[in-house]
Design a protein around this ligand. Structure first.
Ligand SMILES: Cc1ncc(C[n+]2csc(CCOP(=O)(O)OP(=O)(O)O)c2C)c(N)n1
Length: 606
């Protein structure tokens, strides 16, 4: 696994922590008949190696290769796909109930991390499972780490269980007591000891929820794991929670020593552990967001930041260094993050809720009901908008324009480059009339000159980047760079397109769109988003105002209406026809031209 991930990059620390647990589970349970569900699925690399995918492990996260998460289509040993956290207990409970109804007895095991256990959904599932007395085994994989150190009362509770005298005592006495018995009694004695432990060590919280609690046990010790799992498998009781203590990054020095335990890594040198990030002069969008927010926060004490367990992913770890009292890591709890921010906004604070596009999906009702209906000025910093590459369809940030665009009163912006992002952070800071969102992609900017400070943009106004004729391209987001590259090629073919950057999808710059529609033969919209997003808003406006009744040909370029499997970000955009070549090709075909005959005509003219 270490060797493979050193070449592919990916999630390493979590998998290293569950090597023994994976071996133990596959020893005791009869998969795929029994169901093993890995929460998030990022720790499932050892499971993949053990279930027929060893020969393909070096294709992890590559185009046409193994997914970085569990995936039903990939193997019968992956009964449930994931990528987002805290779904495993719900899915497992559904499977346990199905097994009952279908009278097909099987064991269902959900493995969930202490980080994932901070999400409400896990408790909704436990509450339901406890009341139903379902036969479900939940393994709480407690490595005292989320991506960052975990926060919150649950994490403190688990730490108390693990540091309790019974756990510490048991670890030592288990071995010594067993070893004093004659050899043939070692195994039964150990089993009895492990089983008895569950009666003594507490776990009240889980017991109150109706689970039979076993643990905490050492998740790296097969002598402890195997008999406990066997007992649990054979126990005739309702839901059981086995609390297993592991170490993230276990067994690989550089991972064990790293602050994030090598949660997610780029390619690295196995000997030194040094990770190779692709060299770039341009700052990442995440970094530009963080630095811009720090600038705003320095001038405005009302600016506060909220993250749902992603301080480094969102760049807010930098903000935390300067304003430790104005940043709130609420755990993997996007729904709570949004309503918590709404509460602060209702009291006159200026909260920035920094959540990836894909994870904000979880908090949709909170955005509608707690924020938008009350016109509360929560600022949504939507990172990882558009395709994200190797993490694949579970993490693609393709839908925020569609799902936020449907909400009355929402302001939705997309940054065309890193300078625009800085302006949008300033704009969001200054805007107090209601919710406002701005999206920006994964990765580096295009290296444009950065303004010292962000300027407040006029709400609902786009900008003309280049004035031309016949064809207009209206870009929303960072595809602008590809649009400009396409325009260069079109110029070589004798076309001079007008190019505009919409900046806002909501409110739409109706004046700009009417101008483009009335003065051109062809209008293309280009965005890193799905149907229902920017292009749909433009089309609706034009259709409602008669702008499509004449000679204008309108073509929306957007992410196709299908889930695109993991590949590089660039490959995914090529596949979607959203790169330079795709834009040129749509522009020409809409005009009824083809490139070869245009070149021939140009040649003749010369
Ligand atoms: C809904 C959601 N929010 C955020 C994430 C990003 N994320 C992936 S793994 C992870 C930490 C999980 O911690 P834990 O469950 O303890 O597993 P570990 O990696 O420590 O094994 C986070 C926050 C996610 N996958 N899903």
């Amino acid at each position: 696994m270490i060797d493979a991930v050193s070449v592919t990059g990916g999630h390493l620390g979590a998998g290293l922590g569950v090597v023994e647990l994976s071996v133990a589970l596959h020893t005791i349970f009869d998969t795929p008949h029994d169901r093993i569900i890995w929460d998030v699925g990022h720790q499932a690399y050892p499971h993949k190696i053990l279930t027929g995918r060893r020969d393909r492990i070096r294709t992890l996260r590559q185009k046409n290769g193994l997914s970085g998460f569990t995936r039903r289509a990939e193997s019968e040993f992956d009964p449930f796909g994931a990528g987002h956290s805290s779904t495993s207990i719900s899915a497992g409970l559904g499977m346990a109930v199905a097994s009952d109804l279908q009278q097909t007895p099987r064991h269902v095991v959900a493995i969930i991390g202490d980080g994932a256990m901070s999400a409400g959904m896990a408790y909704e599932a436990m509450n339901n499972a406890g009341a139903m007395d379902a036969k479900l085994i939940v393994i709480l994989n407690d490595n005292d780490m989320s991506i960052a150190p975990p926060t919150g009362a649950l994490s403190a509770y688990l730490a108390r269980l693990v540091s309790g005298p019974v756990y510490r005592g048991m670890r030592e006495t288990a071995k010594s007591v067993t070893m004093k018995l004659p050899q043939f009694l070692h195994e039964p004695a150990r089993r009895t000891e492990e089983f008895a432990r569950s009666f003594f060590t507490g776990g009240t919280l889980f017991e109150e929820l109706g689970f039979y609690y076993v643990g905490p046990i050492d998740g790296h010790n097969l002598d402890h794991l195997l008999p406990v799992l066997e007992n649990v498998r054979d126990a005739n009781t309702g839901p059981i929670l086995v609390h297993v203590v592991t170490k993230k990054g276990k067994g690989y020095g550089p991972a064990e020593d790293a602050a994030d335990k090598y949660h997610g890594v780029s390619k690295f040198n196995v000997i030194t552990g040094a990770q190779s990030k692709a060299p770039s002069n341009a700052p990442s969008y995440t970094n530009v967001f963080a630095q811009s927010l720090i600038q705003e926060a320095k001038d405005d004490p009302r600016v506060v930041a909220v993250t749902a367990a992603m301080p480094s992913g969102t760049g807010l770890d930098k903000f935390a260094e300067i304003f430790p009292d104005r940043i709130f890591d609420v755990g993997i709890a996007e729904q709570h993050a949004v309503t918590f921010a709404a509460g602060m906004a209702s009291e006159g604070m200026r909260p920035f809720c920094a959540i990836y596009s894909t994870f904000l999906q979880r908090a949709y009702d909170q955005v509608v009901h707690d924020v938008a209906i009350q016109h509360l000025p929560v600022r949504f910093a939507i990172d990882r908008a558009g395709y994200v590459g190797a993490d694949g369809p579970t993490h693609a940030g393709n839908y925020d324009a569609a799902y936020l665009g449907a909400i009355p009163g929402m302001v939705h912006m997309a940054a065309a480059d890193e300078a625009e992002l800085r302006h949008m952070v300033a704009t969001a800071t200054a805007y107090d009339l209601g919710p406002i969102a701005f999206r920006y992609p994964r990765g580096e900017g295009s290296g444009v000159e950065m303004p010292e400070r962000g300027q407040v943009l006029p709400i609902g106004k786009g900008r003309i980047v280049q004035q031309g004729s016949t064809i207009a391209i209206l870009s929303y987001g960072t595809r602008l760079a590809e649009v400009l590259a396409a325009a260069e090629r079109l110029a070589a073919l004798g076309l001079n397109p007008t190019i505009a950057d919409a900046r806002f999808m909501k409110p739409l710059d109706e004046e700009l769109i009417a101008e483009l529609a009335q003065n051109h033969d062809v209008l293309l919209s280009v965005e890193e988003g799905s149907i229902g997003g920017f292009g749909s808003h433009v089309a609706t406006f034009m259709a409602s105002n008669g702008l499509l009744d004449g000679k204008l040909r309108f073509r929306p370029l957007m992410i196709p209406d299908r889930f695109v499997e993991h590949a590089s970000q660039a490959d995914m955009y090529t596949d979607a026809g959203l790169d330079r070549a795709g834009i040129i090709s749509t522009a020409l075909s809409t005009l009824g031209y083809d490139e070869a005959s245009m070149l021939a005509a140009l040649g003749k003219a010369r």
